[in-house]
Structure formats: structure tokens, C-alpha cells
Design a protein around this ligand. Structure first.
Ligand SMILES: *[C@@H]1O[C@H](CO)[C@@H](O)[C@H](O)[C@H]1NC(C)=O
Ligand SMILES: *[C@@H]1O[C@H](CO)[C@@H](O)[C@H](O)[C@H]1NC(C)=O
Ligand SMILES: *[C@@H]1O[C@H](CO)[C@@H](O)[C@H](O)[C@H]1NC(C)=O
Length: 399
């Protein structure tokens, strides 16, 4: 298994630990807000939104939208309607870009414009929509709940699949009248697979590109101890890691490696930029749900761990499974995974491919990038040439 430089075991909950490493106060703030109803982190820095801080500064047009979910969350969505050189905004195919856990839409934009997927898509004639999941800095809003209310944080990725994705699909479809291409990274792939397996999204979907797809987390086993220990995880690990990572820079970079795999192709300055915005807050329930995915070896809904509670929520003592074989076999899919990825381990991606084996011939395109780890797909310096070029031609070939 992967170990960090200090010998501390790495984990599927590595993302959680990274959170503690990089910004212990965020998770403390979060757990406080979960357990005692206080201390949610206020929207930070560029309150003007992602358009102003990350997109228009590079010379692109950008519009801010809100998507309201059926359960009342108000999600910030950015639209880049045309490329830097202009070219008009009519009759373009929309692409929905979805980040992973503990990140937000800015995670796609840390590299130079000509290396960043959303901007590359815009420059290649697509109408680009960047989503920000509930709880992240620009989507910490709700029609009736305040972020300081623990109820605000009562959700896991089940709700991202059931409510966040459909809300953004609806918004894009309403504004463009077109079917939507989707591209997700990491948890952004998990929630799309879950949603599709329940027959959602399909009527508004043109095609799906999954980068570093996470459906099974079976091959990350050292998380188990952490999961068992999760009730005291906060205190125990935060102190340890605060010491480990008191200084920004290299230690944190090493930890990024420990949890995501040995990324081949990152720009160290870019990683520093990324870590400034990372982690974004998420709910404890979401992280627990992820840890259950590791423990239970398949994709299922959140487990309340007590049969009666599950019975109450699901009418069954066990949480329902997301059956990936139920994803409509004619959905056009592109899937790209890396040989060095510690989160989307190649063996786990193989399990995912097995569950898609009845997919229509010609509707599933798979790319394997031997040297890539988890973060290379998001911000590798050569991702443009190796992966995004494939995503572009995949989208361009859909009708
Ligand atoms: C790495 O990132 C820095 C800061 O954004 C940038 O100035 C530099 O050109 C990047 N290097 C490469 C090779 O793209
Ligand atoms: C998933 O669905 C397929 C086909 O609908 C079925 O054959 C299979 O038994 C299901 N798997 C599970 C784990 O429910
Ligand atoms: C996929 O199959 C479904 C059901 O068989 C059908 O309604 C739909 O039109 C098909 N979609 C495409 C893109 O072929």
C-alpha cells in the first residue's frame, strides 16, 4: 500500500486526510458545523464568483448561473459560451464539466488556459458549463437552510447523484434546448454512473466522458482502520498532520502523491495554486459514504449502519445497490484511466468495465494512460495532448 513519507498509511479516505493536512481548520469547522451547528466557513476570497476570479481574467466571456436542486440547494454554475477568439455562441453543443470530492469548479482551471479542459473545450467550439457541488465555496447556499444548520450538511454523494446533477442538466437544457455532453473527474464520474444506473439524465444526455473513473474502491484497503476509527479521526489525525504539514509546499505535495498516486505530469506551481482552493468543504456524511464504498466493495446508497434506520429510509435492512448494468447500453461513453492511479486503481476500473460488458459495441471507448495518476487527468501538463484531445474528438464524433 501507499505510505506517506512519514510512514503514515494512505487511504481511500486520503482525500479526507488531505483535507486535514492542508487545512485542518476547514474540517474542524466542518465537523463543528455538523455536530454543534456552528462555524461553517464563509464564502471566501472572490465573492464575485468563479467567472471573475478564474475565467474572464484569461479573456473569456463567462456568465454566472444558479441551479436550484429539488432539495433546495443553490448551486453556482459558470457558463463559457464561446472561445477566447470569439466565434459567436449560437448552435453550439453544451458540455457540463463536473469536479470531484473536496474540489470545486476552480480545480479545472489551475493550469494555463491552453492546458485547462474547460477553456480548451470553449476554444474548440463548445458551450461550456462548470458545476460546483453543494457545500463548496460558491454553492454554500440553500433556499431555507443556513450552512450553520447541521441539516444543511445532511447529505452524501447519493444526493449529488439524485439532485445536484439533474438540477444542472435541467438548467443547461433549459437555456440551450440541447442535449448535453458530460465530463466528470473522480467523484464526478461516480455520481454520473449512479445517476445513469437509475435511469436519470438520459433524456438530456448526449454523451459521457469519465476521467479517472471511481465506481469501486475495493483495492484500497488500508482505509478500513481509519473508518473504524472515524469517531476520533478528527482529533487524532488533525494533530498529527498539522505537524506533518505545517509548512505549505513539499510535504503537502508528497501527501497529494500518497493519496492520489505518483502523478507524472504536474506543474509544481500549479499544485500550489490548486492547494490554495483545496479542500473545499463537503459533508462528513459524504466522506463516511465514500469510506463505506471502500469497505463494502460496491456502489450502494449511504448505509445508516443500523438495520432499522436503513429500513426507515429504504424499506430494507441494507442500502440499495446502484446496479451499473442498468446504465442504458446505448449511452455513448468515453472512459480514461491511469496505470498509476491510487484512487481509480486499474483493478477497480477493470471491475467497472466488467459491469459495463453488455454495453453496446461501439458505444464505449476506453483509454488507458500508463503513467497517469489521479490528478494528472485534472491538471497534467500534457493532459491536453494525451487525454483532452481524445475527449474532444469523442464529443465531436457524437451526433
Ligand atoms: C507552471 O505554472 C506556472 C504558474 O502558473 C507557469 O508560469 C508556468 O508557465 C507553468 N509551466 C508550464 C511548463 O506550463
Ligand atoms: C444488476 O442488473 C442485472 C440486469 O438488470 C441483473 O442481472 C443483476 O443480477 C443485477 N445485479 C445486482 C447486484 O443486483
Ligand atoms: C437508447 O435506447 C433507448 C431504449 O431502447 C431508446 O429509447 C433511445 O432512443 C436510444 N438512444 C440512442 C441515443 O440511441
Amino acid at each position: 500500500m501507499i505510505m506517506s513519507a512519514s510512514g503514515f498509511p494512505s487511504l481511500a479516505l486520503g482525500c479526507f486526510l488531505l483535507a486535514l493536512v492542508v487545512a485542518p481548520h476547514v474540517v474542524h469547522g466542518l465537523s463543528r458545523s455538523l455536530t454543534q451547528g456552528g462555524g461553517a466557513v464563509a464564502p471566501s476570497a472572490s465573492a464575485a464568483g468563479l467567472c471573475a476570479s478564474e475565467i474572464t481574467i484569461h479573456g473569456y466571456q463567462c456568465q454566472e448561473f444558479d441551479a436550484v436542486t429539488k432539495d433546495g440547494y443553490i448551486l453556482s454554475v459558470q457558463r463559457i459560451p464561446e472561445g477566447r477568439a470569439g466565434g459567436g455562441s449560437t448552435n453550439k453543443q453544451p458540455v457540463f464539466v463536473q469536479h470531484g470530492v473536496l474540489a470545486d469548479g476552480s480545480a479545472w482551471l489551475v493550469n494555463l488556459p491552453e492546458q485547462s479542459l474547460p477553456l480548451i473545450l470553449a476554444d474548440n467550439g463548445f458551450d461550456v458549463w462548470i458545476a460546483n457541488s453543494r457545500g463548496t465555496q460558491f454553492s454554500r447556499r440553500h433556499t431555507s437552510l443556513s450552512p450553520s444548520n447541521p441539516k444543511f450538511w445532511d447529505w452524501s454523494w447519493d444526493e449529488l447523484a439524485a439532485f445536484d446533477l439533474p438540477a444542472v442538466f435541467d438548467l443547461i437544457h433549459e437555456k440551450t434546448g440541447k442535449k448535453v455532453h458530460y465530463v466528470g473527474h473522480s467523484l464526478g464520474t461516480t455520481i454520473a454512473l449512479a445517476s445513469l444506473s437509475e435511469g436519470k439524465l438520459v433524456d438530456k444526455l448526449q454523451s459521457v466522458a469519465l476521467l479517472s473513473p471511481v465506481a469501486y474502491l475495493t483495492h484500497i484497503t488500508t482505509a478500513l482502520g481509519i473508518i473504524a476509527a472515524r469517531s476520533f479521526l478528527g482529533e487524532l489525525v488533525a494533530d498529527f498532520l498539522e505537524a506533518l504539514c505545517a509548512r505549505p509546499g513539499l510535504d503537502c505535495y508528497d501527501f497529494l502523491t500518497a493519496f492520489s498516486g505518483p502523478n507524472c505530469c504536474l506543474n509544481v506551481s500549479t499544485v500550489d495554486l490548486f492547494l490554495k482552493n483545496y479542500p473545499q468543504s463537503t459533508s462528513m456524511k459524504n466522506l463516511v459514504h465514500l469510506s463505506q464504498t471502500v469497505r463494502d466493495g460496491g456502489l450502494a446508497k449511504y448505509n445508516y449502519e443500523i438495520a432499522d434506520f436503513n429500513m426507515e429510509h429504504y424499506g430494507d435492512a441494507r442500502p440499495p445497490v446502484y446496479n451499473l448494468s442498468n446504465i442504458p447500453h446505448n449511452v455513448s461513453m468515453f472512459l480514461s484511466y491511469g496505470g498509476q492511479d491510487a484512487l481509480a486503481d486499474p483493478k477497480d476500473v477493470q471491475l467497472l468495465l466488467d459491469s459495463l460488458k453488455l454495453h453496446d459495441v461501439g458505444k464505449l471507448t476506453v483509454q488507458f494512460v500508463k503513467d497517469y495518476a489521479h490528478m494528472d487527468f485534472l491538471m497534467g501538463l500534457n493532459a491536453k495532448d494525451i487525454v483532452y484531445s481524445q475527449v474532444l474528438s469523442f464529443f465531436k464524433n457524437q451526433h
